[in-house]
Design a binder for this molecule. Structure first.
Ligand code: FMN
Length: 187
């Protein structure tokens, strides 16, 4: 499968088989995240792998916000908490100079590397951003300098041959600005 195929095929998966995912498979998706690019190569991402059912339940029931139905996540055999550890020097200086908070970009890239690697292996994933960072941190026992930012569910899809249909996307015209070939000339 080409990268383009993987990107086109991926959907957020919210229905999982309870079959476990092997440690090797989890390590493979984490390895894809590890290789992601990051501003100044700071690699601010951190990951916590949660497979134990009681821990997963604790995170889902107490670490997720109310308002969006999320009980489907209980069936995902693996939760990967995506966290961010800022560099006190590089990131602080960078945001002062540029007003761009690079670690958020970096962890998004790493998380999506993980998601696309999982897709190639036939594993389903779903990003969950509707979380309570402090609560998740206290559940998983991360120190204060690592901020949980999202959770990614991971598991074997219940209906691999009948994935959810694609969610709509904006057309390129709406999201892309092409500059004219000669500065100052339009068209
Ligand atoms: C940063 C981020 C946070 C998200 N948070 C949630 C969430 O809390 N709950 C959920 O069910 N889906 C969540 N999603 C999944 C999106 O709803 C989904 O990606 C979007 O609707 C497009 O659908 P698709 O992933 O199937 O293409 C999140 C996705 C991203 C990238």
């Amino acid at each position: 499968m080409s990268v383009a195929d993987i990107i086109r095929r991926r959907r957020s998966c919210r229905a999982y088989l309870e079959d476990p995912v092997s440690r090797e498979a989890v390590e493979r998706v984490l390895e894809a995240a590890r290789l992601a690019p990051s501003a100044c190569n700071q690699q601010p991402w951190r990951f916590a792998v949660v497979t134990d059912v009681a821990w997963r339940r604790e995170i889902i029931e107490h670490g997720f916000r109310m308002g969006i139905p999320m009980r489907w996540a209980l069936k995902a055999p693996v939760l990967i908490v995506v966290g961010m550890k800022r560099s006190l020097i590089v990131h602080r200086a960078a945001v002062k100079l540029t007003k761009i908070d690079y670690p958020w970009i970096d962890i998004g890239i790493a998380g999506e590397h993980l998601v696309l690697q999982a897709e190639e292996m036939g594993l389903g994933t779903c990003w969950i951003g509707w979380v309570k960072p402090r609560r998740v941190r206290s559940i998983i026992g991360w120190p204060k300098d690592i901020r949980p930012a999202a959770v990614i569910t991971l598991g074997w899809p219940e209906n691999p041959d009948d994935p959810p249909g694609p969610r709509p996307r904006k057309e390129l015209e709406e999201i892309v600005t092409w500059l004219p070939t000669e500065p100052g000339k339009s068209g």
